[in-house]
Design a binder for this molecule. Structure first.
Ligand code: NAD
Length: 495
């Protein structure tokens, strides 16, 4: 057990705020203690960031020089995959194999934004004025805020910090209360890779205190947030007051749809992964299942067989499919949703309980759970449970299916399983969601924009847009001739 310093304006030191702890969700043991950032620490981080991004030593760096820092970060990550994956698992309980994948993806994200910033080009719009050319280029925003949740820290944090830095900003990262360790480790990597002091600060602490103050700080010029919808709505108000951009990656209740011509084995396996990997603690978890009534029985039989075969276990056990939930409070919330679903008339087909294995007694584990017998209007089908709980419903026809799939305040993602890709594409175009997977689920590409429709968010991360979202466009008019403007001449009819 160690007490960790936090990273403020290029300095490692004890935070001035309250004591906080990181626990291993597998057994509740203490990973580390640290002091949260205080409001004074926030002031210092913002002041250092504001100096650092304006400093000509950084402001005038060329894209390939910023890219080189990101490539070094990626190299450092790749050299330390095991250590970082273990830290990620300890911080939030993800099985080690999953954590390794996330760590590797963080390295790829750094490389992608390194390449994107080198390739980013301004525009030379075709002139509409004689003897004037116009140029439009991209510039950094200044000091920017990144506020992240606990479910996949290294991935969501790199997805914000890499483009923010590639774009030339100074970033201040506020990780979730439960998972401060990975953000601090990322700061170490950026420091080791040569990022000048002040361009990255990491301020752990309570969202309602340090996160809120960060978002409200007058010098903060963008809020990039991933987390729950109610926090996102609050931050959108803060951004609106300040007239600054907000990028919001929020919750979901994503439908997965099995059409009558689907490859049922492929579908059952994909659905199982889509809801139960990360113990269902994923914004994109495919948590509402719609199956054509003609294949409902065989699909459900196979899905139940696969689900009952999943091993709930310690994150460091290579055989584990489903690790613990983030903490006991969250497990209670998930269990309350299962009880609610039962009160609403749902039948628990598998799971629904704390695993009986005494070896798991100290962790916040919960069995993968499938419920049917509910209609889409039930609260268990409308609210984000953020745990290993799937609700399954048969459907009769496509029109009814689309109406039900879209009957949600959320619009993050959807899955479609069908052998007819034309039909699947037509269906995809009718779904009110930001990402549709067809015959696959929960696979990601950093070059493909990601974000939500409706209450699942605003703005897009990833892709070239994911870099431009951290910049502002400046246009320049340049006269190429020596024409003089005669407007101020004291003559009638001039101009
Ligand atoms: P949360 O909204 O409670 O917290 C997210 C972050 O916001 C944390 O760092 C928290 O400290 C901070 N925060 C809380 N209140 C704040 C305030 N008033 N001002 C500023 N910051 C504040 O979410 P969570 O419980 O950590 O994460 C789970 C949620 O995140 C789920 O709803 C999930 O769907 C969502 N999520 C979305 C995506 C996506 O990409 N769409 C990805 C992962 C998680």
């Amino acid at each position: 057990m160690t007490t960790r310093d936090i990273f403020i304006g290029g300095q490692w030191r004890q935070g001035g705020g309250a004591l906080m702890q990181s626990h291993f969700p597998a057994d509740g043991s203490l990973n580390a203690t640290l002091h949260a950032a205080s409001l004074e620490d926030l002031e210092q981080a913002v002041a250092a960031g504001d100096r650092a991004w304006r400093d000509p030593a950084w402001r005038d760096t060329l894209p390939h020089q910023r890219a080189a820092i990101l490539h070094r970060v990626a190299d450092l990550i790749n050299a330390r995959i095991e250590t970082l994956a273990e830290m990620q698992s300890r911080d939030n309980g993800k099985p080690l194999a999953e954590a390794r994948g996330l760590v590797a993806s963080a390295a790829s994200t750094a490389r992608y934004f390194a390449a994107a910033c080198e390739l980013l080009e301004g525009e030379l719009p075709t002139p509409r004025i004689p003897q004037v050319i116009t140029l439009s280029g991209y510039e950094p925003l200044g000091v920017v805020a990144a506020i992240t949740p606990w479910n996949s820290p290294i991935a969501s944090e790199m997805q914000k910090i890499a483009p923010a830095i590639a774009a030339g900003n100074a970033a201040i990262l506020k990780p979730a209360e439960a998972t401060p360790l990975m953000a601090l480790e990322l700061a170490k990597l950026f420091e080791e890779a040569g990022l000048p002091a002040g361009l990255l600060s990491v301020l752990p602490g309570k969202g309602s205190v340090i996160g809120d103050a960060l978002a409200r700080h007058p010098k903060v010029r963008k809020i990039s947030f991933t987390g729950g919808t109610s926090t996102g709505r609050h931050l959108a108000h803060v951004a609106a007051e300040k007239l600054i951009p907000a990028s919001l990656e929020l919750g979901g209740k994503s439908p997965t749809i099995v059409l009558e011509d689907a490859n049922l084995e492929q579908a059952a396996r994909g659905i199982c992964y889509g809801i139960f990997s990360s113990a269902g603690q994923a914004c994109i978890a495919g948590s509402r299942l719609f199956v054509h009534q003609s294949v409902y029985a065989p699909l459900m039989a196979r899905l139940l067989e696969l689900t009952r075969g999943l091993r709930v276990g310690h994150p460091f056990d290579a055989a584990t499919h489903v690790g613990p939930l983030i903490n006991e409070g969250h497990r209670q919330r998930v269990m309350e949703y299962v009880a609610l679903a039962q009160r609403e008339g749902g039948r628990v087909l598998c799971g629904g309980e704390i695993p009986p294995d005494p070896a798991l007694a100290d962790g916040s584990y919960f069995q993968p759970t499938i419920i049917d017998g509910l209609s889409n209007g039930a609260r268990a089908c409308q609210e984000e449970i953020f745990g290993p709980v799937l609700v399954a419903m048969p459907f009769e026809d496509e029109a009814g299916l689309i109406a039900q799939a879209n009957d949600s305040v959320f619009g993050l993602a959807a899955g479609i399983w069908s052998r007819d890709s034309g039909r699947a594409l037509r269906l995809a175009s009718r779904l009110e969601v930001g990402t549709v997977w067809i015959n696959t689920y929960k696979v990601f590409s950093i070059s493909t924009p990601f974000g939500g429709f409706k209450e699942s968010g605003l703005g897009r991360e990833k892709g070239i847009q994911g870099l431009k979202a951290w910049m502002q466009q400046k246009s320049v008019y340049l006269a190429t001739g020596s024409d003089v403007n005669h407007w101020s001449d004291n003559k009638k009819g001039v101009q």
